[in-house]
Every structure is written in C-alpha cells, then in structure tokens.
Ligand binder design. Structure first.
Ligand code: ADP
Ligand code: MG
Length: 151
C-alpha cells in the first residue's frame, strides 16, 4: 500500500493543505484521522470545513461523538474517543453512506464499523510547529485522490 508523506510547518500550513483536499472531496468520502492529543486533528478538520464552505466554527465534538455542519456539502465530524463501548452500533453507516463527507477522529476505536474504503490520515508531532502527515489511501477512489494531490 502506498503512503504519501507531507510535512507541515505550522497550523496555517495544515489548514491550507486541508482546504486543498476539501476541494476534491464529495459526498460519501470518509477520512480517518489518527494522532495523539495536540497533533492537529481538529486543526486539519477545521481546514476541511473551510474548504467545504462551512462558516460555523468547528470544535472537537467533546460530548456529542458526532457533529454535523452544512456547507457546499455536509460535514459529519466524529470524535469517537469517548465511546465507552466501541462495539455499540450508533448507526455510523448512515453517515458514511450519506450525503456528506465524514471525518472520524480516533477511528481505530470503531474498527469493526468502518467502511471498506477510506483515506487514513496519521499526524505525528515532530516539533513545536512541525507535523508529519501520512496519507494512506484504501480503495481506488482515494488512491487517485492522493495521486492528484501529492504527485
Ligand atoms: P488534536 O485535535 O489532534 O488534539 P488540535 O488540532 O486540537 O489537535 O491541536 C493542535 C495544536 O497544535 C493547536 O494548538 C495548533 O495551533 C498547534 N499546532 C502547531 N503546529 C501545528 C501544525 N503544523 N499543524 C497543526 N497544528 C499545529
Ligand atoms: Mg481534536
């Protein structure tokens, strides 16, 4: 499986990459975000929201697991970190197969319920402002997307 690496020099860098990605996203696209607290998952998601034309401020869905935003197409932002029982079926499929883009933070916690194809994004903190992004496309749709974006 091909992995695409990208280095970010600061939050603005992360945001502009995310906006660039958002321009290529369509309904039913799924992005899985991994990274420690403070890595930049929410910063990245805010950039995606900007790119989708969402005006409302995006914050981590702390108490709600899933938040919905409405732009050119909807954004479903999930943070499953606080799910107690990860096998509990909260109807994630309706989002994955719905009319918008879904972003899942801490997706490995709901491994059994993930769609077959997705773009996995891992963020590593390598300095105060530096972050290494690893994009792992699973499925042809996401392989093409990464080819367009990174080569
Ligand atoms: P997470 O959602 O992964 O816990 P956040 O996006 O909430 O992380 O927080 C990331 C923090 O790191 C923010 O305070 C942000 O300003 C800072 N930061 C510094 N450099 C970067 C970078 N290159 N990309 C993203 N965030 C960065
Ligand atoms: Mg967060």
């Amino acid at each position: 499986m091909k992995i695409y690496e990208w280095l970010s020099k600061g939050p603005e860098d992360t945001s502009s990459l995310a906006q660039k990605i958002a321009e290529k996203l369509a309904a039913k696209d799924v992005l899985l975000l991994e990274g420690d607290l403070g890595a930049g998952k929410t910063t990245f998601t805010k950039g995606i929201a900007l790119g989708l034309g969402i005006q409302k401020n995006v914050s981590s869905p702390t108490f709600t697991i899933i938040k919905e935003y409405h732009g050119k197409i909807p954004l479903y932002h999930m943070d499953v970190y606080r799910l107690q029982d990860s096998s509990e079926d909260l109807g994630f499929d309706e989002y994955f197969e719905g009319d918008g883009v879904t972003i899942v933070e801490w997706a490995h916690l709901i491994e059994d319920q993930l769609p077959k194809e997705y773009l996995a994004v891992s963020i590593f903190r390598i300095g105060d402002m530096e972050r290494k992004f690893e994009f792992k496309p699973v499925g042809e749709r996401y392989e093409l997307l990464c080819e367009e974006l990174f080569s």
